[in-house]
Design a protein around this ligand. Structure first.
Ligand code: P1T
Length: 383
């Protein structure tokens, strides 16, 4: 099936009992057993729920994976992966990451004895330098949040496994691309993670995370952790995400068109210092993005010409773009990473990565690009 068809049908065809063409919301916590241990496959909704099952299957199908698992947030999904490790294990993580992921790594997981090295994974040299004999996991985003660097997933997987053996896990946070624009398992990753909150749900009304896996034993262990830790989403949220998935292909195509249009507009604007968008030929990873992705997506970062006050003046002039954290919804959002999503990144690392006071991050929604561009022009007139 082509991805447009898959998005419409993945995970669910019809309800076996009634023929309903949309999944019922099984708003239930437990299931009657005919005798102890004898049941129809469902015992308790932390373990499994019939509205969650089609969603997990849908996510697996979209990522061309054997297995899918969903969690109550993107960070809960990441934490399940961290729980595969034990005290003393080492993780190599990409240095440019969503601030909350970095905070979970450096302020929470370190308390459980995990060790982290943050490295620029766009450089083979720094990946090799970061690997240690006790490295058990390599974690990356591509494109990264918020600097939109593109990491060569196949190359990282190949190097990580050649240095540390086949047992080292490579996990890719595929949130910015969605399964429509990039499929990391086919490039050699072991685990794909999504903040479902973003493009997969697409309507800014659910917080959820997901993992997609091919390996049966790894899936069994992660499913055990999902049930044992208990960070699972509610049936209603699973229903909403399944509904969102049906338009994922259409939405991603429009996010992608708007991302390109907005990046082109900003690139030629005198009040803009620089634009970061993997679709621009000026982007350092443009060639890799062309090869690795089937689109560039709706995320655009740029530097306003001026200081923090110029950035604030720009934001104050916008009417369509809402100033808000998050991304990937049908509505366009805009934010100031240094003050908002990446405030938990230490100031010196922010400086090193380029998360400066005049950096703005845009999530292009699915509106008409003319209206988005007119709105940005309104803001830039105030810079
Ligand atoms: O918010 P949650 O569903 O827990 O997902 C965390 C997360 C993980 N990975 C990436 C790449 C993310 O962007 C996020 C959440 N990000 C934002 C809220 C944001 O505005 O960047």
């Amino acid at each position: 099936m082509k991805k447009e068809t898959l998005a419409v049908h993945a995970g669910f065809e019809q309800d076996a009992a009634t023929g309903a063409v949309m999944p019922p919301i099984y708003q239930v916590s437990t299931y009657a057993q005919s005798a102890p241990g004898e049941h129809l496959g469902y015992e308790y909704s932390r373990t499994d729920n019939p509205t969650r099952t089609p969603l997990q299957d849908a996510i697996a199908e979209l990522e061309s994976a054997k297995h899918g698992l969903v969690f109550s947030s993107g960070l809960a999904a990441i934490d399940a992966v961290l729980n595969l490790l034990k005290s003393g294990d080492h993780v190599v993580a990409c240095d440019d990451l969503y601030g909350g992921t970095g905070r979970l790594f450096s302020q929470v997981a370190t308390n459980r004895g995990l060790e982290f090295t943050f490295a620029d994974l766009t450089s083979e040299e720094s990946l090799r330098a970061a690997m240690q004999p006790n490295t058990k996991l390599v974690w990356l985003e591509s494109p990264t949040n918020p600097m939109l660097r593109v990491v060569d997933i196949a190359k990282v997987a190949k190097i990580a496994k050649s240095v540390s053996g086949a047992g080292v896990l490579v996990a890719v946070d595929n949130t910015f691309m969605s399964p429509m624009l990039q499929q990391p398992l086919g490039l050699g990753a072991d685990i794909v993670m999504h903040s479902v909150t973003k493009y997969i749900n697409g309507h800014s009304d659910v917080v959820m995370g997901a993992l997609a896996i091919n390996d049966d034993a790894l899936h069994e262990r992660l499913k055990f952790l999902q049930n044992s830790i208990g960070g699972v989403p509610a049936p209603m949220d699973c229903f909403l995400v399944l509904r969102g998935i049906r338009t994922l292909a259409l939405r991603m195509a429009q996010h992608d068109r708007n991302g390109s249009a907005v990046a082109a507009f900003l690139s030629s604007h005198p009040k803009v210092e620089a634009v970061v968008y993997p679709g621009l030929v000026s982007h350092p990873d443009h060639a890799l993005a062309l090869r690795q992705q089937s689109g560039f997506g709706g995320m655009v970062s740029f530097y306003v010409r001026g200081d923090l006050n110029a950035a604030k003046r720009f934001l104050s002039g916008l009417r369509i773009f809402k100033i808000a954290e998050s991304l990937g919804g049908v509505e366009s959002l805009i934010e100031h990473p240094a003050i908002m999503t990446h405030a938990s990144v230490p100031p010196e690392r922010r400086l090193q990565l380029g998360i400066l006071d005049n950096l703005i991050r845009i999530s292009c929604g699915i509106e008409h690009s003319d209206d988005l561009i007119a709105d940005l022009e309104r803001g830039l007139q105030l810079v």
